[in-house]
Ligand binder design. Structure first.
Ligand SMILES: [Zn+2]
Ligand SMILES: [Zn+2]
Length: 170
């Protein structure tokens, strides 16, 4: 469960949080990275003083993306470590890792902290493999499957630079 009954915490110690957020969970609305897997959440919430609760959590999922060179669809594991303060104290809310809890709240829901971290997790540029050859810029062929028949484009691309060098040299 990702909601913790505060009466459990009142008995002292920490409460384990564990749960899963499906891709279409309303809590994930607005998160614009596409998730291949549901977000699996673990962690523990503990009372650290009057009206203050600290959640140490982790979220794991697989992000849908594509190789930036050859555009092959890829699943990239995403692992987030999350530390969040849930508090009754409005003054503590300046901290971006702090979340408000109503003084009369009977439970704490840790999903806003997960959502926040996912919003910050910008999609990373990934490669299907370090030496991916990419697509031919002219014919679009996947060069990992073999060379194409296009003339190498490098010649033309470096021409102005070569001319400049010749000029500087003379
Ligand atoms: Zn690739
Ligand atoms: Zn080509």
């Amino acid at each position: 469960m990702l909601r913790v009954d505060l009466r459990e915490l009142a008995r002292g110690g920490a409460v384990e949080t564990q749960g899963e957020l499906k891709q279409d969970d309303p809590a994930l609305e607005g998160v614009d990275i596409s998730l291949r897997d549901p977000v699996s959440v673990t962690g523990r919430l503990q009372s650290i003083g009057e009206g203050r609760f600290y959640w140490q959590g982790a979220a794991r999922t697989v992000v849908e993306g594509e190789c930036r060179r050859c555009l092959t669809p890829l699943g990239t594991p995403l692992q987030l470590e999350i530390g969040a303060l849930f508090t009754h104290d409005p003054d503590a809310l300046d901290d971006p890792d702090s979340y408000a809890v109503a003084p009369d709240a009977t439970e704490i829901d840790v999903t806003p902290a997960v959502r926040e971290e996912l919003l910050l997790a910008a999609p990373r540029f990934v490669l299907c493999r370090d030496d991916c050859k990419g697509l031919c810029p002219q014919c679009g062929k996947d060069l990992n499957a073999g060379p194409c028949d296009c003339e190498p484009a490098t010649e033309a691309r470096w021409q102005p630079l070569k001319a400049l060098k010749d000029k500087l040299r003379s």
